[in-house]
Write a protein that binds this ligand. Sequence first.
Ligand code: GLY
Length: 307
Amino acid sequence: MNRRNFLYSLPAISASGVVSVSQNQSLSNVQAIATWDNQSALQGCDQVLTQNGYALDAVEAGVRVAESNPDDLSVGYGGLPDATGKISLDACVMNELLRCGSVSYVRGYAHPVSIARGVMEFTDHVMLVGDGAEAFAKKKGYERRKLETKASKQAHKEWKKGASSNNHDTIGMLALDRQDRLCGACSTSGRAFKLPGRVGDSPIIGAGLYVDGKVGAAAATGMGEQVLTTLGCFHIVELMRQGSNPQAACELAVNRIIEAFPKSADQVAFIALSRRGEAGMHARYEGFKVTILEAGHIRVIDASHTQ
Ligand code: GLY
């Protein structure tokens, strides 16, 4: 059912007073949603959901597909490296009960999303970084992998020669299972050619991902520094708690970023899913695509944008 519904009539107002909701619509009957054209990743998620599986297993399975895809230059294997040519990965997960796990600056492991889940399930911490995250992954036996590919090495060479790069397409995935459990995950290699040690929004709970199983969930993609500055995903879920529909909430979060960074040319975008299966998606600039699973069908749609 590909219909758009007008779900709420009340405009949502951001804390800064900006009311700039261009659409105020949400998609309904959405079971899962992912940033960008991530059809095979969402198929991985769907396989778990159709077997009556847990939404956390579904988003983990889906994100692992993207992490294994060398053609995805911003996630996992074959992601673009930092300024020194090394690939470091960030990921996090969050479940319907506000439990979460996160890793950042992980090198040499295939599936940071699973390590993040391990942090949630096997420790009483939320986040592990760098050497500590890798020591944890080693102890738990997570799959090691050399992450660099010919293409990622070549891209680094070209960047060193002066080529510019604006590659930025974190995978964020949100899913609602048949028992109405809402969970999310995200994974990225971060900004291409970043300073070594740079951490973006994706592994930060509230910035790149936030889930409140009683309300809704949101995930971000794009310029992590801007999402970090505004804690975009927490902002979206709180707007939803106050009555905004997911579409309106995404638009307000993007507009908050525009207020904070008015001259930026960087893309930033959000997806959101309510606990009732209503989805929203919005970007600062044209070009943001979203993959959705609704009534068992996967399709890619263009998100709305503010500028
Ligand atoms: N949004 C991913 C990052 O900036 O690292």
